[in-house]
Design a protein around this ligand. Structure first.
Ligand SMILES: *[C@@H]1O[C@H](CO)[C@@H](O)[C@H](O)[C@H]1NC(C)=O
Ligand SMILES: *[C@@H]1O[C@H](CO)[C@@H](O)[C@H](O)[C@H]1NC(C)=O
Length: 165
């Protein structure tokens, strides 16, 4: 009976994937679950602060890994969140790395942002639509007092693992 069950399980796993049956050491480490995602350039500030919590099947629980970064945009009139390059974003676990890139866009045509999270060298990607980034120009005559913040869901999954990486 036991062997029939494990054969059936193996067949099910085989059906759900075109690649060979994974063992636990090579299974995809995602999805990476993000909560409390925060990114904001406050009023009259030229710095953007980021933070979030992360859990992933391959990371020990129950406490999440906490990550944060501060980026200097150099301009309090920025309408973008900036670029957290590799190494600038910090986390409580050194198995985790991340980047966030929201490039400067034209006033009328802003850009999406790309948020990447790497656990043990395996990178997942999440595209933040520009609609989820709130910009307030405040006083239209004052180009230096713009506010920018992430306004999308605080909780989401980074589950897209680009091929060949
Ligand atoms: C991250 O998780 C810790 C522990 O569960 C919690 O205290 C903290 O408020 C969370 N931070 C964010 C940004 O969600
Ligand atoms: C984020 O991941 C995407 C998809 O793999 C990649 O094209 C992009 O270069 C990455 N960004 C950074 C800053 O590494």
């Amino acid at each position: 009976m036991k062997s029939i069950i494990s054969l059936a399980t193996a067949a099910l796993i085989g059906l759900s994937s075109s690649t060979p049956v994974p063992d636990t050491t090579t299974a995809t480490p995602g999805p990476y679950h993000i909560s409390g995602f925060f990114a904001s350039k406050p009023h009259l500030s030229s710095g953007c602060h980021f933070e979030f919590n992360l859990t992933a099947p391959s990371l020990p629980g129950p406490d999440p890994v906490y990550c944060w970064a501060s980026v200097e945009l150099g301009f309090s009139g920025a309408t973008w969140l900036g670029y957290v390059y590799q190494g600038l974003g910090r986390c409580t676990s050194d198995r985790v790395a991340w980047t966030f890139n929201h490039p400067r866009g034209a006033e009328t045509d802003r850009n999406d942002a790309v948020f990447n999270v790497t656990v043990d060298g395996v990178r997942g990607t999440y595209r933040v639509p520009k609609e989820d980034i709130y910009v307030n120009l405040n006083d239209e005559r004052n180009p230096f007092d713009n506010d920018v913040s992430y306004a999308g869901p605080g909780e989401f999954e980074v589950g897209e693992f680009p091929e060949g990486e």
